[in-house]
Design a protein around this ligand. Structure first.
Ligand code: ATP
Ligand code: MG
Length: 187
């Protein structure tokens, strides 16, 4: 089974994935850098432009060694583009209140426009809506006010429920988080 762990930059994908037990982890950012899977540099955003086709090829290659036909053999692919990959069984989107996300991105030393772009994207649910367009099973976790360990436990709870075909707690269904009022107030 393949799970995409997605979310706006700074919502905690890498920190959370590092703590996950009993699954294979693929860090997309690392993969893109290591294998030079980009078409260029977006200087305005100070970021690499991923070559989605080449990224997919590399992921397919990595997945060859993993028997994901076995439901309990779970691979978590983490990255803010992971929900766009093929053959994803479910997407977990990490969320963070825009004002808290701003603090997290400030700490990274991101430029003001880059921070604003990301908190706007978070406020209007961009990744969640993209994920919902391509995958039937989409869940979200509000990381605001929680520890990384709590987020890890929630991701593991979602994965366990999928593996065991159990009913998913309502709090993970898309729609409970709504930060639209933050769009203008965060400026
Ligand atoms: N509940 C939480 N869950 C996850 N991360 C949290 C939480 N609370 C605070 N954080 C912090 O937020 C930051 C998230 O950074 P991280 O690199 O994990 O984000 P990311 O989603 O991987 O970003 P990117 O898309 O840029 O790779 C870390 O410093 C982490 O400690
Ligand atoms: Mg990361």
């Amino acid at each position: 089974m393949i799970i995409a762990l997605s979310g706006t930059p700074g919502t905690g994908k890498t920190s959370t994935a590092k703590l996950l037990n009993d699954c294979n982890i693929i860090n997309m950012n690392k993969l893109i850098k290591e294998h030079k899977l980009y078409t260029g540099v977006d200087h305005k955003r100070d970021t690499l432009i991923a070559d989605q086709k080449e990224v997919q090829k590399q992921i397919n290659h990595e997945m060859q060694n993993i028997n994901h036909g076995d439901l309990n053999n779970t691979t978590v692919i983490e990255g803010h583009l992971s929900h766009k990959l093929e053959n994803i069984d479910a997407v977990i989107v990490l969320r963070c209140h825009p004002s808290v996300l701003k603090k997290r991105l400030d700490k990274r030393g991101y430029s003001k426009p880059k921070i604003q772009e990301n908190i706007d994207a978070e406020a209007i649910d961009i990744i969640l809506s993209e994920a919902a367009q391509v995958c039937e099973q989409v869940y979200e976790i509000n990381t605001t006010g929680n520890t990384v360990q709590q987020t890890q436990e929630q991701v593991e709870e979602i994965i366990k429920n999928i593996q065991e075909n159990k009913q998913m707690p309502v709090k993970y269904f898309p729609g409970t988080i709504n930060w639209i009022e933050e769009v203008n107030s965060s400026r």
